[in-house]
Design a protein around this ligand. Structure first.
Ligand SMILES: [Zn+2]
Ligand SMILES: [Zn+2]
Length: 341
């Protein structure tokens, strides 16, 4: 990495941009992918860079120096783009894992980028685990392409001198305009969830005393129901629909210690709604557990990350309905608005 290659032109990062989004914008200007450009920048004498260390959360300092030098940017400025630097106190579990390059996005933000004459770019906040609604546009983030329905992997292409966002799968332009008419119930749902998202964010940021109980309840909601190998999570009790099957897209999160990391946006939103049903707007109890929650906990299968006590209790036969109000209509609304399947 000694013979520095300097790129003649490289866009500057936006203040709230994901590090890899900026890297993609630089690489795209040279018709390359980020790994290809990284190898090129490392040059002949530098040896093969470890491309696995390209990370939004905790990027490799050597790779950052390489990119900084090549783009004539202060390395500290790039370091400040990393999620570890932006959110030093935030537990790693509270970042969306971004597996497979799937990072949710607000299409209205992309439209705003175009309107202000700048490149489209990915926002750092889109990787916060509790972030499901864009506060600026009050719309749900998208992790499915509105055109092809596939998992949303955003790529960028040059159009009229600016980078615009496209679906990597179908090549469709990602825009909120001209698409489906906003469903009113979806807008109302997004508004309601925005308040819950803010509350969850405050707990993660500033209420260390409530964070552990919050994590415990979320883990419990997504723990297997009754048996270790159950395909349904405890959250199925909230859905309360006979014959309800856990959709394929969320099965991988069932029984994991930090389900929000890997859940799709709408299921993270639904988790917040269930927390509200259980605890009210506070989302978590700072004292005694409500009876409904205690009963819910008894239905979980014994899992390594839940307490031994709950493992001992799980054999008891408890009635299914544990919530304070009928919830099926609410689920139906969400289901039709966001096409749960
Ligand atoms: Zn937005
Ligand atoms: Zn697509």
């Amino acid at each position: 990495m000694t013979a520095a290659i300097r790129l003649p032109v490289a866009p500057r990062p936006f203040r709230d941009e994901l590090l890899t989004s900026w890297m993609v914008r630089v690489a795209t200007r040279y018709g390359l992918e980020v790994p290809e450009l990284t190898v090129y920048l490392a040059g002949q004498g530098g040896g093969a860079p470890d491309l696995r260390k390209i990370s939004d959360i905790n990027p490799d300092p050597g790779l950052l120096r390489l990119w900084a030098r090549s783009c004539s940017i202060d390395p500290a400025r790039l370091e400040r783009l990393s999620l570890k630097s932006r959110y030093p106190e935030r537990p790693r579990d509270w970042f969306v894992d971004g597996a497979g390059g799937i990072v949710p996005a607000c299409l209205a933000c992309f439209d705003a980028d175009l309107a202000s004459g700048q490149d489209g770019y990915m926002r750092a906040e889109w990787r916060l685990a509790e972030r499901v609604v864009c506060p600026a546009h009050r719309e749900m983030l998208r992790d499915r392409c509105p055109a092809c329905g596939c998992h949303l992997r955003t790529s960028f292409r040059m159009r009229d001198g600016r980078l615009r966002p496209f679906c990597r799968k179908c090549d469709g332009l990602l825009t909120g305009r001209g698409g489906e008419v906003a469903v009113r119930s979806a807008a109302e749902f997004a508004n309601a969830v925005l308040g819950l998202q803010r509350r969850a964010g405050r707990i993660v940021r500033a209420r260390a005393d409530l964070l552990a109980p919050l994590e415990q309840v979320i883990r419990t909601l997504w723990a297997p129901l009754d048996r270790m190998d159950a395909a349904r999570p405890v959250l199925a009790l909230w859905v309360d629909e006979p014959g309800w099957h856990c959709p394929f897209e969320v099965r991988a999160a069932v029984g994991t210690p930090a389900p929000l990391q890997s859940l799709p946006v709408r299921w993270r939103a639904l988790t917040l709604v269930v927390l509200q049903d259980l605890f009210g707007a506070a989302l978590v109890s700072d004292g005694t557990m409500p009876e409904a929650v205690s009963r819910l906990f008894r239905r979980t299968a014994p899992t390594p990350y839940l307490s031994r006590e709950s493992a001992r209790r799980q054999q008891r036969n408890e009635p299914l309905r544990v919530f304070r109000r009928p919830i099926s209509p609410c689920y139906a609304t969400i289901s039709s608005a966001f096409r749960f399947s």
